[in-house]
Design a protein around this ligand. Sequence first.
Ligand code: ADP
Length: 606
Amino acid sequence: MKKVGFFRSIHLKFVLIYVLLILVAMQIIGVYFVDGLEDKLKTNFENSLRQQVNILSFSIEEEMVKERDKNSTTVEEDINEILKDKKAGDIQEIRVIDSGGKIIGTSKSDDDGIVGKRTTDKIIKISLQGTEQKDVKVVPKTGKRIWILSSPIKSKGETIGAIYLEADIETVFEQIKEINKIFATGTAIALGITAILGILLAQTITRPMSDMRRQALAMAKGNFSRKVKVYGYDEIGQLAITFNNLTKKLQDAQSSTEGERRKLSSVLSYMTDGVIATDRKGRIILINEQAAMMLNVSRETVISQEIVPLLGLEDQYSFEDLLEETESVILDNSTSAKDLILRANFSVIQRETGFVNGLITVLHDITEQEKIEEERREFVANVSHELRTPLTTMRSYLEALSEGAWRDENIAPNFLKVTQKETERMIRLVNDLLQLSKLDSKDYKITKSWVDFTEFFHHIIDRFEMSKDQNVFFVRELPKKSIFVEIDEDKITQIIDNIISNALKYSPEGGKIRFRVRELDHEIEVSIKDQGMGIPKENVVKVFERFYRVDRARSRKLGGTGLGLAIAKEMVTAHNGKIWAESEEGKGTAIFFSLPYDPEQEDEWS
Ligand code: ADP
């Protein structure tokens, strides 16, 4: 937030209010006070002069009505005599005018020239009518104000003349000016003190307020560590206490929200399932890393996109359909590089009123599950197929026998031989299946013992060499020395048996079977190579799959079950070894397998 400027601050406003209040008060007091004082001073001034004029008027009247003879002094002389002493104080000049408007005396000694002259003064003329006249006029030369009074002199109810008086009223105005000056100074001092007091007083209000403002700004930035200082227990103090309480509560609320948020986000990020949340219009508002990975999108770009096209369901569902979907939906997101099958479950976020707030979609990777399910289905189909073929053969032969073929000495033994062969194959098949199921079971264990592999391998080859009925040559490329390995003899015997019987089955007349054992760094590599028909390149890897056969009919004819190499693979894996095949069509096949081997261990044996 912007910093509050001094001219906008509440501080200045407080001071201004104080100063204005004092100013208004002083002005109102000043106007009434000065006005009253001015009136009073003026009235006093006028009254004192009027009093003097009255006294003067009395003596002048006497002089004017006095009987005079030739020897006595003239009126002018007597009046001058009276006026002589009257030029005192504020009085500047006193003139006496007779009823004809002629000036018959003046108090000014150097103004004698005007005596005997007729006055033209309007005020005097009016006052000669019998009413007192007063005025204030400014002397043009000095700019000073003088007060003029023209009072009629009356004798027996008749105006016999007038007294004209000029007095210096400037002193009164000066006094008022002086008082005004004192008042203005007083006002200025009062304003100054008020301003200082205002600043100090305003501070007591504004300081806690600006503290709270600062605190609120800090809170907005997430800083809850500060506290507002409590200066007193008035309303502002209580506000500060409440503010501090509020801060504490807000901090608690925020930390618990933050905690919940962190918990939620760690739950979401450590979940193996993908989670997507949308708003009520189906736009994505939250997606965890897992979901983004499953849908192969980036979390940032996908926010506020529509969920339906993101899941690739726009052809089958609208967002409203998803809100009502109670069953899970299977999404096949497989690419050429990777299989990916997802199960999507939807749950609606709803308020108590039923208002839909959004949708939560949970994506579960069921690729593995689907694969296992598929394999299981395939396996059951394969087993049923494998069993049905010999059973059908047997049934037809047995039917033929029961329908009378048993009497035919030429056919019957043949038929029986076939059923016997098929039965044996079925037994082999069932045995193989049992073995596989044992290998699949979790608690399957192998019992290892230290065996001299060279000798052990020779024995097996010897056994085949003695029992073989084909014209096939065995070539042994085995080390001269003993190689001690820790193996389960029975299981490895079975592996080698399977491989050798395959090699014999597919070897041509006069073909060679080469047996080799190579000693490598940490393993021994066993290979059995024939010169048979070979396996097409694209099928070389598949021969280790259950029931896989390059040529089904031929394998079946040779008594194969399609499980031999699959069993071999399981067993080699149980020994922590590897099995693989190399083959060239028409030239031969080599089956390799490796077993862990530690040359140092072997030294201990020798
Ligand atoms: P089967 O009982 O059919 O021999 P296996 O699991 O032992 O089952 O072998 C799987 C398939 O691999 C065989 O059906 C065959 O097509 C092929 N195969 C195995 N060994 C050889 C080999 N030495 N030469 C050619 N093909 C082979």
